[in-house]
Design a protein around this ligand. Sequence first.
Ligand code: UDP
Length: 230
Amino acid sequence: MTKRANNRKNEELRDIKITLGVVESADGSCYLEWGKNIILATVHGPRQIFPKHLANSEKAVIDYKYRMAPFSVTDRKSPVPGKRDKEISLVSGYALESAIQTEKFPNTVIDIDAVVLSADAGTRSAALTAASLACADAGLPMKGLVSVVAAGRANGDLVWDLDKADEDTEDAVDTAIGVLFPQKEIVLLQMDGFINQKDWKKVISMGIDAAEEVYKLQKKALLEKYPVNG
Ligand code: UDP
């Protein structure tokens, strides 16, 4: 077993710190530190949708936007959203839709914004994890929480939660896995790299286990802010 550059065990998450309700102007929000990633997620709505032809008479439209701040990466990123931001936003929005009881708010839109303030790989996972918490913080009726983490291969070992040092190793495989808990349904799956079928199955199973650890931290943060008997 090669040692990871970050000294983590293969099945170990980076440190995750969650703070809810940090943005007063939003209906719900979450500030998340995940290793060296820093994310701020907010929720506005549900509110009336304009232009009206975008409305769905059966459910709320989820407008999820994942964005990287220009200063979040070493090579300053253009503030104009690119193909990557749009693709991540689209698939993450579908994942969030499976967690929110959108049918309770027909003809409305729920704006969910996740901004990466500092990036060290795994930002789509951290952003969606934070967004899911911001939705709960907003008091939206939820079917569950989306917990997301990457699993894959770094330095030839199968690992949880790849950071940039892991992702930059030769032959790395990076798979973002989003799981809706407590149902334990996979709601997001995106992969970079090449892997055989046997290891792929292991990676999926590792990703689900890792996501469950993330879910425990999400629940803990929510219960601290909103005690069940408090
Ligand atoms: N990255 C970057 N510039 C970009 C996109 C990504 O420097 O325009 C870096 C950033 O650290 C990011 C990492 O590459 O976290 C991995 O990016 P990837 O597309 O794999 O998404 P992520 O792992 O962050 O979900």
